[in-house]
Design a binder for this molecule. Structure first.
Ligand SMILES: [Zn+2]
Length: 136
């Protein structure tokens, strides 16, 4: 004979099952929070497919009008000649073709000191709370 206690009720069975699922999700979330994202550059492991075969392009060659080449970089408008700042490099996953781009010298770039065109396109975005906009 069943005593029909709360522990046997269909609701209690469902609640227990949901508690187990919630505990599993908490464990998975804690694991995701504690493990940093993988990087082709830092870990030789693709964050997209976990592949471990990586191409490193220390310099991306960019062709000039005179058929010469120079490293791909940020182009600055100079008075007499073209100037550049920074130099792009890339790490590419050979399995899924995911690309990580880096700009060597990024820490030295001050947007306010760039030419007019680049000042409009390049800005520093940091993690501080915006002073205006919808997230005030
Ligand atoms: Zn990949």
């Amino acid at each position: 004979m069943s005593n029909n206690s709360d522990s046997d009720s269909p609701w209690q069975v469902q609640i227990d099952e949901l508690r187990r699922e919630l505990a599993l999700m908490r464990t998975e979330l804690a694991s995701l929070r504690s493990s940093p994202r993988t990087s082709l550059k830092l870990h030789n492991r693709c964050p997209s497919c976990q592949g471990t075969s990586v191409l490193h392009c220390n310099e991306i060659r960019d062709y000039n009008n005179d058929n010469s080449h120079s490293p791909m970089s940020i182009q600055l408008m100079g008075v007499l000649r073209k100037r550049t700042i920074g130099s792009f490099e890339a790490y590419i996953c050979r399995q899924c073709e995911f690309v990580e781009w880096y700009l060597k010298g990024a820490a030295d770039i001050v947007p306010g000191k760039l030419d007019k065109r680049n000042r409009k396109n390049i800005r520093i975005v940091d993690s501080e709370t915006p002073k205006d906009g919808p997230f005030r």
